[in-house]
Write a protein that binds this ligand. Structure first.
Ligand code: UT7
Length: 326
């Protein structure tokens, strides 16, 4: 009998500090009305100066391990999806491994921006189903506030901080039935942090030109997102041998309510089958899908036996979807 990988437990961790649209009005030329109508966001969480991505990742990991009823020694692998690592290296996954005392686990980061959790879960599935790992801890974690330009209203109103995690291991039935991953590197320029890497190392000039912050062509990303969220969901549903009518729930990347609604409409899903929490947390990039998943599982919206699609798009450009039977 072949091994089937699935989600054994989920968890999430968000900074306590809420930063509402009204707080945003005080620091940049924007309004609560503009942000809500153009994006659906009302508030987001912001990490304090002492909190790094690994701290949120660790908090989410503990909850996922508790839900799956496994201990740190049981972990064979830790994958952290993030674009806001604590530092270039060591990887955030290695920092989390140390914090957990998960001495039997290999550890590495995945860079696929907002699609990171879907990419990392797909990797975890391969290791579990090939018998090379029993328990993989997959985390999507970000402190995007640390790379936001709070003088740029085009970007700073959209993002927030947070982490979600899951334990992926063997399941008796169901599990991750199908996956769909993709990338379009030619669109990388539309969503980027230009400096601080080997192409443009940090210098006084890069700092003066604010090149260590997120820069984005919102309308290009929007067009891509509207197309890819629906098409990747359809692809993964087909690969799973399901029809869209059979779907019980969609857990989409939380970037913009207009993008989510457009995907729901194209898939002909009623709004109650689509998870939305971006009003509270904004776009937490790699944290977005696992935080939403954890919320949906813990609130009972996703039940045992449900057919669920997780779908994301993001910088790279990248996209990914999972068809999961819970
Ligand atoms: O995880 C992936 C991350 N990225 C995304 O998902 C982004 C996808 N894109 C979007 O969500 C949307 O394109 C935005 C929300 C970023 C922008 O919405 P839009 O409806 O495409 O607005 P726009 O860029 O066409 O801008 C409309 C106007 C502009 O003013 P003018 O040029 O028409 O006078 C902007 O300057 O709105 C202005 N604007 C703002 N006004 C108040 C842009 N940002 C703001 C703001 N507050 N925060």
């Amino acid at each position: 009998m072949s091994i089937r990988a699935g989600f054994l437990g989920t968890g999430s961790c968000l900074p306590e500090k809420e930063f509402t649209n009204f707080d945003m009005e005080k620091i940049v030329d924007t309004t609560d009305e503009w942000i809500q109508t153009r994006t659906g966001i009302k508030s987001r969480r912001i990490a304090d100066d002492q909190t790094a991505t690994s701290d949120l990742a660790y908090g989410a990991a503990l909850k996922a391990m508790e839900a799956a009823n496994i201990s740190a020694e049981d972990l064979d692998m830790i994958i952290v999806a993030t674009i806001t690592p604590d530092m270039h290296f060591p990887s955030t996954a290695c920092i989390v491994q140390d914090k957990l005392g998960a001495d039997n686990a290999s550890a590495f980061d995945v860079s696929a921006a907002c699609s990171g959790f879907v990419y990392a879960s797909t990797i975890a599935k391969q290791f579990v189903e090939s018998g090379q790992a029993k328990y993989v801890l997959v985390i999507g974690a970000e402190t995007l506030s640390k790379i936001l330009d709070f003088t740029d209203r085009n970007t700073c109103v959209l993002f927030g901080d947070g982490a979600g995690a899951a334990i992926i291991g063997q399941v008796p039935t169901g599990g991750i039935i199908a996956t769909d991953l993709g990338a379009k590197g030619s669109g990388g320029k539309f969503l980027t942090v230009p400096a601080g890497g080997s192409r443009m190392p940090a210098s006084q000039e890069t700092i003066d030109n604010r090149l260590h912050y997120i820069s984005m062509d919102g309308s290009e990303v929007f067009k891509f997102a509207v197309r890819i969220m629906a098409s990747s969901s359809k692809t993964v549903v087909e690969k799973a041998g399901w029809s869209v009518d059979e779907l019980d729930y969609l857990v989409p990347h939380q970037a913009n309510i207009r993008i989510i609604n457009s995907a729901g409409k194209k898939l002909k899903l009623p709004p109650e089958k689509v998870h939305v929490n971006l009003d509270k947390f904004g776009n937490t990039s790699a944290g977005s899908v696992p935080i939403a998943l954890d919320e949906a599982v813990r609130s009972g919206k996703i039940k045992s036996g449900d057919k669920v699609v997780l779908v994301a798009f993001g910088g790279g450009l990248t996209w990914g979807a999972l068809a999961v039977e819970f």
